[in-house]
Ligand binder design. Sequence first.
Ligand SMILES: NC(=O)c1ccc[n+]([C@@H]2O[C@H](COP(=O)([O-])OP(=O)(O)OC[C@H]3O[C@@H](n4cnc5c(N)ncnc54)[C@H](O)[C@@H]3O)[C@@H](O)[C@H]2O)c1
Length: 308
Amino acid sequence: MSLDGKVAIVTGSGRGLGLAYAQELARQGAAVVVNDVDAPTAQAAAAAIEERGGRAVAVAAAVGSAETARELVRVAVETFGGLDILVTNAGVLRDGVLWKTSDEAFDTVVDVHLRGTFTCVREAATHMRGAGVAGRIICIGSPTGQRGNFGQTNYAAAKAGIVGMVRTWAIELKKAGITANAVIPVAATAMTATVPYFAAAVEADAAGEPMPAFYRHDLGFGTADDVSGLIAYLASDAAATVTGQAIGVGGDRIQLWSHPEPIVTAYHEGGWSTAALEEQFPTLIGASLQSVGEHFPPLPDDLQRPRP
Ligand SMILES: NC(=O)c1ccc[n+]([C@@H]2O[C@H](COP(=O)([O-])OP(=O)(O)OC[C@H]3O[C@@H](n4cnc5c(N)ncnc54)[C@H](O)[C@@H]3O)[C@@H](O)[C@H]2O)c1
């Protein structure tokens, strides 16, 4: 597999998962537009790729606005002659339980993740369609968007919205041969470093040691590099027929997520009146109610860490 001659944009790629994606795409031969709101990290990331013989350029800008999206595509086209791959990865957290979530915290997260994905994909897809490029759109979701999570109203809204948009784009871009997929990553980064449950894994990673098998295997939690192979694969010609999918990856694990499907279908002639529901709901629907949230197994004793 090679991405020789391809041009990629990776948003939020100054550090963390985005950096791992940019490095792997470059390693496979793609020229990469490295974007981050933090200018020094964006420049350092692009320089590191070039030092290893890759091609990269840094664009320091906040993803969210149409202006930034236009700038990213402009730089890709003017610097490297086109655009084949877009990875929308930039993200922030403003966690808080619903009744403590401010308008600002909601808007910030939705602006970067949801609006940033929308504006960048709109710009990239417009260019790809115009240039007749069978491009690759790879958007980053989260287990929180798939299942919900305590304290993450804004993030759940944005990440679920991203997967909803990906399904729609897979339909709209099919004729142009452009694929759109969502990757649901889990990895040790600044974003997960403070979660006590993952502390022992983050600690091992920071010390340059392998992460305990419990994390890598049972939880599908590993390093940022563990996620980057899937990004490069989906960006390649080998994945030309893979579109509209949500694929989870982390540690030693890969998972294909289902899309929501009706799991109980029933009919009541004349419609479902309150009385009809009162009679039939408990057995018809009540027996199949769905769980929400992620369910983590208890941590083995040797991986327990005191709460910070
Ligand atoms: N780490 C995980 O386990 C995990 C799990 C699920 C989803 N994700 C998603 O993966 C993506 C990357 O997460 P990460 O863990 O590497 O986080 P991170 O905080 O380490 O990196 C995010 C990067 O995005 C940049 N950024 C923030 N706002 C930006 C903006 N407006 N424009 C451009 N860049 C911006 C930050 O400066 C940072 O470099 C995010 O979308 C996150 O929601 C991560």
